[in-house]
Design a protein around this ligand. Structure first.
Ligand code: ADP
Ligand code: MG
Length: 486
């Protein structure tokens, strides 16, 4: 099978729906809130009663422009809304208000990281539309229930070019999209709750072919991993079909997470004819250059900007930069930390090591991390000044700071006698004592067994009960062993 699969080139384009984190819905004042008691956020407008008029929520334009700027799309300056007509129980108006000919963002790109470097996935368009209600099939044995709380919730639909070539690239692309909407704070990116959804368009063609194969569209994947699984399954299914002499039906399919397979929902013959036409109840929207500039000036730092800053200005490696920017709250904590220390590598190690293991152990986010960035920076300074060793910092002072976040690391270290001894005289005394107690080893060292340095170091550290500064001790041990007069 692997042999046969390798003859084919998969082609994938993704449509992502992102529910926006506005307070109210896109065309009325109903609350936009996940998980409310069913059918409680439903005014006459959400219900599509005759004679009601929609009015656009300005915040939705701002969120769309933010995303468009982050993807380097062109922002449409004059746009209209359209009606997409179809009948469904969870769509009380009989049409969905969306954008057809004038999407708010045109073009653009998302950069993904791949095994062999990077790759750019083109964005075709980003448009605004309203969500439909929710049909619930699993709560009543006979009937489908309808919850219209979601009807009219604002969505951005992000349509990619068919630039994706593997299920892994699809995974990486979705991870980037989710990171971006979270950094912009326009969508919580939660695929499990359906606030970010993805339809995957998948086709295969023989490698080297010029024309793309016929595609199917797969829906209902509730995690990025499941999008990847659905694509893997589809690629295999389509290749097997073609190899057996068949053709791929351009149908819409649904993914079953239990079996990992897809099944047809509707075929091309039953494809919708949406009969788009201009929405007569909404005015055209004009977006001025001043408005775009203002949104741009207020954009938060984006992951790729931070990665660039960390690898160039801070001289961190690419891997560290990526880990530190995976989530915005972590990145913001790191930003706060480097405002108080210039030892960027130590700061990165601290966040990726001690801080992250604390968060993992306690299954909490950085918002619940008790130690302020400024205090943590002082811990780094203590280590840099040689007052405590790295292992004391991480194994003793750090846990103590979590217990007493108000105390400075210096006072914690002092009151526990963790300040290490770097005073030449007192360490010198220890070295002398060790050498006096081990004359044979001293002799062998002088005769050339230079690796005995480790033995002497061990003895000195033991005598000091770990409080000697290893760097100072190491220098003194070498110096005194070289000198005759001990
Ligand atoms: P529709 O509105 O019917 O869903 P679109 O033209 O908007 O059609 O395309 C939807 C998605 O399908 C886009 O993400 C696009 O990149 C992708 N796509 C188009 N052709 C192919 C193909 N042959 N194979 C895989 N994906 C494709
Ligand atoms: Mg589609």
């Amino acid at each position: 099978m692997e042999d046969i699969l390798s003859k084919y080139q998969p082609v994938i384009g993704l449509e992502v729906h992102a529910q926006l984190l506005t307070n109210s819905k896109v065309f009325c004042a109903d609350r936009n809130e996940y998980g409310g008691v069913p059918n409680t956020h439903v005014s006459a407008i959400s219900l599509g009663h005759p004679g009601t008029l929609p009015m656009l929520n300005k915040k939705v334009i701002e969120f769309a422009v933010k995303l468009g700027l982050a993807c380097q799309s062109e922002i449409t300056r004059e746009m209209n809304f359209a009606r997409k007509n179809y009948f469904y129980a969870d769509l009380p108006k009989g049409y969905q208000i969306t954008q057809d000919k004038t999407p708010i963002c045109v073009g653009g790109k998302i950069d993904i990281k791949t095994d062999d470097g990077g790759k750019t996935i083109g964005i075709t368009r980003i448009h605004i539309e309203e969500d439909a209600g929710k049909s619930i099939h699993d709560q009543d044995p006979y009937d489908t229930l309808v919850d219209l709380n979601r009807a009219g919730v604002p969505l951005l639909e992000i349509v990619s070019e068919p630039d994706i070539r593997s299920s892994q690239e699809a995974y990486d692309y979705l991870t980037e999209v989710r990171k971006l909407v979270r950094y912009l704070e326009i969508c919580d990116g939660n695929m499990e709750e359906g606030s970010m959804r993805c339809d995957a368009n998948i086709s295969v063609m023989l490698k080297g072919a010029e024309k793309f194969g016929d595609r199917v569209e797969v829906k209902n994947m509730n995690s990025i991993r499941n999008v990847q699984r659905a694509i893997e399954h589809e690629i295999k299914r389509q290749v097997e079909l073609i190899e057996a002499g068949g053709t791929v039906d351009q149908d819409t399919r649904t993914f079953d997470a239990v079996t990992g397979s897809t099944a047809s929902m509707r075929s091309k013959e039953a494809a919708h004819d949406y009969r788009y036409f201009p929405e007569p109840d909404l005015q055209p929207i004009f977006v001025s250059q001043e408005y775009i500039d203002e949104v741009e000036n207020n954009l938060p730092p984006l992951p790729n900007d931070l990665i660039k800053k960390y690898t160039s200005e801070l001289q961190l490696n690419e891997y560290d930069a990526r880990v530190l920017t995976d989530s915005k709250p972590i990145a913001l904590y790191f930003e706060a930390l480097i405002a108080h220390t210039n030892n960027y590598k130590a700061a990165a190690n601290m966040v990726m090591g001690d801080v992250k293991s604390y968060l993992n152990q306690h299954a909490v986010g950085i918002e619940s991390f008790p130690v302020a960035a400024k205090q943590l920076a002082e811990l780094i300074a203590l280590t840099d000044e040689g007052k405590i060793s790295k292992s004391v910092a991480s194994q003793k002072v750090f846990p103590a700071m979590i217990e007493a976040p108000d105390q400075s690391p210096l006072s914690i270290a002092e009151s526990n006698n963790w300040i290490q001894n770097s005073d030449e005289d007192s360490i010198g005394d220890l070295v002398k004592q060790v050498m006096a107690e081990n004359p044979e080893e001293v002799q062998r060292y002088k005769e050339g067994s230079k690796n005995l340095i480790g033995f002497f170091m061990g003895q000195v550290m033991k005598l000091s009960r770990g409080s000697a500064d290893p760097k100072a001790a190491n220098q003194l041990v070498r110096k005194m062993l070289e000198e005759e007069n001990v």
